[in-house]
Design a protein. Structure first.
Length: 254
């Protein structure tokens, strides 16, 4: 099975073809959500799924570009919306309110993530037994939280995400593999949060890996980030993508 799965992803990537991109809608409760699906169209073979959770601005270009890159690598990529109604902003106060409403309510985050998971799991190209989730900033936090809640994904990757949890310890049932890609100088994540996460993962006997990138702060993968606390770092961006790529290869091949 390992060789077959690795061969499938390699074959999809090698066959090339065009990346097909679709905007899709799905519902959770009273809200309609928009997502963005990308995949190579050279074959109809089922393939592993990678879900992408956006940063606090909403589902914009950063998550969509990542979906395209993952599609080129042979995955079925699904950039999901976590706010509903296609909300997207460049206003930090508005983004903070939207993100805070989700972060402070793990049940809301779980319900919205599960709706997206159910939607992509029914896609004709999806292998529903091989699903991972990656996220940026707010999205990294969401990925860690849904992993803590035991949502059925094989692995999660947090890029410069917040590490503190709103999930009560008694509700945690972490089973997914975890990769945390962190800016060593990120001023938004206190050292105590880093230590608390590592203690939590050790106590859970999780399969986890954390990489801290020297001189990198928050949002180091986002080319539009350009402030003292949130700034693009080309070296950390490249290295973190390579770390994620290897994580996915091992996850889907194991």
């Amino acid at each position: 099975m390992t060789t077959m799965l690795l061969g499938l992803v390699a074959a999809l990537s090698a066959q090339g073809g065009a990346v097909k991109r679709d905007t899709v809608t799905y519902r959770q409760g009273d809200l309609q959500f928009r997502g963005y699906v990308a995949h190579l169209d050279a074959t109809t073979a089922k393939r592993p799924v990678v879900m992408i959770v956006h940063d606090w601005w909403g589902l914009g270009d950063h998550a969509r570009k990542s979906a395209g890159r993952l599609a080129e690598a042979g995955y079925l990529a699904f950039a999901v919306g976590m706010y509903g109604e296609g909300k997207l902003t460049r206003d930090a106060q508005e983004a903070g309110l939207w993100a805070g409403a989700v972060r402070s309510a793990p049940a809301v985050a779980e319900a919205r993530f599960r709706a997206a998971l159910d939607h992509i799991g029914a896609h004709p190209l999806a292998d529903p037994t091989r699903i991972a989730a990656i996220g940026y900033c707010f999205g990294g936090t969401v990925c860690l939280e849904v992993a803590r809640l035991g949502v059925e994904v094989g692995g999660v990757v947090s890029f410069h995400g917040g590490l503190a949890s709103q999930v009560p310890p008694e509700r945690r049932k972490l089973r997914a593999r975890v990769l945390v890609l962190h800016g060593a100088d990120d001023p938004t994540v206190p050292a105590a949060h880093v230590q608390a996460l590592q203690d939590e993962l050790r106590a859970a006997k999780a399969d986890w890996h954390m990489v801290s990138y020297g001189n990198a702060v928050h949002s180091f993968t986002n080319v539009d980030a350009n402030s003292a606390s949130s700034r693009y770092d080309a070296k950390a961006d490249r290295r973190s993508w390579e770390a994620m790529t290897e994580f996915l290869r091992e996850l889907f091949g194991g």
